[in-house]
Design a protein around this ligand. Structure first.
Ligand code: SAM
Length: 319
């Protein structure tokens, strides 16, 4: 159980991340979009954005040479799992594992996070009801942008199904994104950046843009700035429909792919003005549109295969 008292571990003297990167010749591989954070104040700030993690179960995704990992260890979680795809980082991560072994458990998994079983990783963590406070479980990571966006969609689906890390309750996430993507994730109704990702995130989570990290803070420097975002699953999600169905309805609405007659029918049933442009539709209205789609599907058996992209089996076929 989390304690409110901040407890810090003092690590034995270790070479700096910059020295380790040099020592082990860990040159960042551009094709893998590797950009490292060497500034301890920044890695501490990212971990602080996750809240009090003392005594928590943490999964860090993409630790690389271990900058954020050190900041996590300093907060003394109960268990830390690091999931890193690139085996070159094993020696530096083992160094940290050795340094903290008397205070906490640290597991190193050399694996792709997309294949890693979080439910097994968090085995032994306390299970909280969805309606209680969040469990002492956090996902933290500075991943390549393409991976973090893909991951957040997969994790939203797991949240909607209460599986994976969300079998334990409303586990929270602290992740980095390209600044523009983070702005889209938090974009409110009528904001020019509002898109499908904004609505998907906001239907299931409280999304907070924490702070910006300038590109120049990374080695090598990426072409864009980076933002730290926290996602906390809502106690009462704004929708309770299959994730794929919601995803499909939103995709069609934002792409303006449905026929006029379909839009008229759907929006009328949802009590939303059919002339409203997608970015002007609120989360509540989107939820109603998805429920209206479900009703229409029930009345028209055969079109409800929302997993299919086939032309006959989508919103476009609803005429
Ligand atoms: N966390 C380190 C830091 O902040 O300095 C490294 C950040 S670097 C942007 C991203 C890290 O994620 C790299 O170490 C990369 O090898 C790792 N990575 C990329 N794709 C991954 C995946 N699918 N699963 C696990 N790790 C991944």
């Amino acid at each position: 159980m989390a304690s409110s008292k901040a407890v810090n571990i003092r690590l034995p003297p270790l070479p700096t991340i910059r020295d380790l990167v040099k020592l082990y010749r860990l040159r960042a591989i551009r094709q893998l979009s590797q950009n490292f954070l060497m500034d301890e104040r920044l890695t501490d700030k990212i971990v602080k954005a996750a809240g009090n993690i003392n005594n928590h179960y943490i999964c860090e995704v993409g630790p690389g040479p271990g900058g954020i990992t050190r900041s996590i260890i300093k907060c003394c979680p109960k268990k830390l799992i690091v999931v890193e795809k690139d085996p070159r980082f094993l020696p530096t991560l083992e160094l940290l594992q050795e340094a903290c072994k008397s205070s906490m458990e640290m597991n190193i998994e050399i694996e792709d996070i997309k294949k890693y079983n979080l439910e097994m990783g968090f085995e032994g963590a306390p299970q909280f009801s969805w309606f209680e406070a969040p469990p002492p479980i956090n996902l933290i990571g500075n991943l390549p942008f393409s991976v973090s966006t893909h991951l957040v969609i997969n994790w939203l689906q797991a949240i909607s199904e209460k599986t994976s890390a969300w079998k334990f309750g409303r586990s929270s996430m602290t992740l980095t994104f390209q600044k523009e993507v983070a702005e889209r994730m938090v974009a409110p109704v009528t904001h020019k950046q509002r898109c499908r990702l904004s609505v998907m995130c906001q239907l299931w989570c409280n999304v907070q843009y924490k702070f910006t990290i300038p590109g120049k803070a990374f080695v090598p420097k990426p072409d864009v700035d980076v933002a730290v975002v926290t996602l906390s699953p809502l106690k009462y999600p704004m929708i309770n429909l299959p994730f794929k169905m919601v995803e499909k309805v939103l995709r069609n609405i934002f792409n303006m792919r449905q026929k006029y007659a379909v839009r008229l029918k759907l929006f009328k049933l949802a009590d939303v003005d059919h002339t409203t442009r997608p970015f002007e539709i609120s989360n509540e209205e989107f939820a109603r549109i998805c429920y209206a789609y479900k009703v229409i599907c029930e009345e028209n058996p055969g079109i409800e295969d929302y997993n299919s992209r086939g032309p006959k089996k989508s919103l476009e076929a609803l005429s």
